[in-house]
Design a protein around this ligand. Sequence first.
Ligand SMILES: Cc1ncc(COP(=O)(O)O)c(C=O)c1O
Length: 400
Amino acid sequence: MGDLFSKFDPLIEQRETLLQGGVTDPFNLVMERVESPTVAICNGKRTILLGTYNYMGMTFDPDVIAAGKQALEDFGSGTTGSRVLNGTYVGHKAVEQALKDFYAMDHAMVFSTGYQANLGVISTMAGKDDYIILDIDSHASIYDGCALGNAQIVPFRHNDVEALDKRLKRLPPEAGKLVVLEGVYSMLGDIAPLKEMVAVSKAAGAMVLVDEAHSMGFIGEHGRGVAEAQGVIDEVDFIIGTFSKSVGTVGGFCVSNHPKFEILRLVCRPYVFTASLPPSVVATAATSIGKLMDSADKRTHLWENSKRLHAGLRQLGFTLGTDEPQSAIIAVIMPDLETGAAMWEALLREGLYVNLARPPATPAGMTLLRCSLCALHSEDQVGEILGMFAAAGRATGCIS
Ligand SMILES: Cc1ncc(COP(=O)(O)O)c(C=O)c1O
């Protein structure tokens, strides 16, 4: 009998070699206690968190926690059902209303995760004989949405407007087309030229979906994302988002102004064939989204943090994913996986948690230390973080 696990042997070997070198497993860290959005206890040590997606620091907001507790008391721990059967409670309608208010859009549909939102909307909207034109660096959930459906897939070079335009012009003019973009690309923290991309997509008669997972709450005047910041939100057909980042809980959504949008509730399999979010989760999400509408000061502080960390890391001699800070993600490029893992561990020993990212999640085979800032990181913490990067960088030979 063939062992179906054999295909993973190269990965098993790579992992074992790494761990034999005495490195802590970077993909198996346990948070023993979480004290706040920016500090946790890991291996018994106070650790600054710089590798979460808690951009707006909502996880410990007292109003958010109170709403979750109340919903748990009033509605129980779970719905035990799909949104289209017994799984729609008043809380699910309330969080959809909160999203419509936040984005100033007509429709909002909540999924159990952002992953499922992409899976569902992409696979349902683009059918047989349609085309999905997507940035080659798209998130796994976008690729999996393509794989679940049966449209033709046309990738184009990352953030390349001309490449997108060329691909679109080669497709049959009458065919259905869905252009799939992200506001912020989460590996390097770079943003998309949405203004130009939406313009060429619309000129080619395509519908546009933008995944704003990493920009919600932070980018744009009202925190609606890169499409808002670049003045094209009204031309975007679908915005996909998640509750697992700035909102501070779990869940996913799609908002749209399309008049026929509500039909998706009946035809979108990742919406229909799964249980809905627990009442406590939708209550925390609705409260958090309401507060994000009024968070201009936090947005300003987060931009300051991002600029300060970017400049500081550059000054120390690290190579970064972007020339200028474009989002709350700052990626430090490592020469290889071994050095990346050693640096990751040295940072953890210093008391700093960042994300180690490697292929296939990263573009161009890169190993990255991804730093994601929080609006609640204090100026002092950013200073501490830079000190830890300096010490770990020198200890591992990454900088001199
Ligand atoms: C761009 C993007 N889209 C979607 C998702 C999925 O979000 P969720 O955690 O809600 O499944 C992620 C998560 O990392 C993401 O980075």
